[in-house]
Design a protein around this ligand. Structure first.
Ligand SMILES: [Fe+2]
Length: 282
């Protein structure tokens, strides 16, 4: 059965709580110890998923104006982000704004700072074929914007490539029947009332991050199963999973292979979603 999280009912974790929830190899490398508490007082999060075995996680984060990473660093994991509001400067990369997205393969040196504040979904992919475990490796500013873990340009990009500073507003919506041509059986979706934007995708496995736009009246006819794990966050509008309402700010995770209730939306909705393989529902 799907796991559903309504973030509006959760308290923000802050500062020391955020640090405590980090993987040890991340927590140990935050920068000068005497500045860590002051820095993370400006860091709030609500955890949507956290898999200790792989270190994979997805958090709703809120950085207060003036938040600034204490060092440049790279991760052994893929880091992924979708901006919901405000902006964040990423040293070596540029500035991410609302509806901006990135998928950064392991090894690329960066830092983060926000003047106006920043709200985003922040994901650490954790150990899988595309990614190593969560970690933070401090590096000098002179390496900003470079991959320092390999000299092989293909290996530095990984199967999805470095999706850097993507403005998702400029990515076209693919109507359901068009998107379905390249995926698994999608007849369990209400294809006439859904459109997809692909943000990043592994062409070997079909694993991907997407935006889904559900038109008003969207309705999956019956329960079904995904072959691969599927998770989604309601950005705007609202939806319903079976009888459970999904207001904006809700997250749900449908387990691979399990029978899950149908997704519907009376008013329409836009969802950020991740599939762990080719998308299907049957
Ligand atoms: Fe990072």
């Amino acid at each position: 059965m799907a796991r559903i999280v309504d973030t509006s009912t959760m308290a923000w974790q802050n500062g020391g709580e955020v640090i405590k929830a980090m993987a040890p190899e991340w927590r140990a490398n935050l920068g000068p110890a005497e500045q860590v508490a002051e820095t993370y007082a400006k860091y709030d999060q609500k955890t949507l998923r956290l898999d200790p075995a792989t270190t994979r996680r997805l958090d709703l984060i809120r950085l207060a104006p003036g938040y600034r990473d204490l060092t440049y660093a790279y991760h052994d994991s893929v880091e992924e982000c979708f901006c919901l509001g405000g902006s964040c400067w990423l040293g070596g990369e540029g500035t991410i704004h609302e509806w901006g997205y990135f998928w950064r393969p392991p090894g690329w040196v960066h830092t983060a700072a926000t003047e106006e504040g920043f709200v985003a979904l922040l994901g650490i992919q954790g150990e899988c074929d595309e990614s190593g475990p969560a970690s933070r490796r401090v590096r000098p500013e002179s390496e900003a914007g470079r991959c320092v873990t390999t000299d092989d340009p293909d290996a530095a990009l990984g199967p999805r490539g470095f999706v850097k500073m993507l403005d998702s507003r400029l990515v076209p919506w693919q109507p359901g029947p068009v998107f379905a041509r390249c995926e698994g059986p999608l007849d369990g979706f209400d294809l006439e009332r859904v459109a997809f934007k692909v943000l990043s995708k592994n062409p070997w496995t079909g694993a991907q991050s997407l935006l889904l736009r559900l038109a008003p009246g969207y309705r999956q006819a019956r329960p079904g199963r995904h072959t691969a794990g599927f998770e989604a966050f309601v950005i705007t509008g609202s939806a319903r999973l079976g009888e459970t309402p999904l207001p904006a700010g809700s997250y749900f995770e449908r387990t691979a292979g399990a029978e899950e209730p149908p997704l519907a939306s009376e008013e329409g909705a836009i969802l950020f979603a991740k599939a762990d393989g080719w998308l299907d529902f049957r």
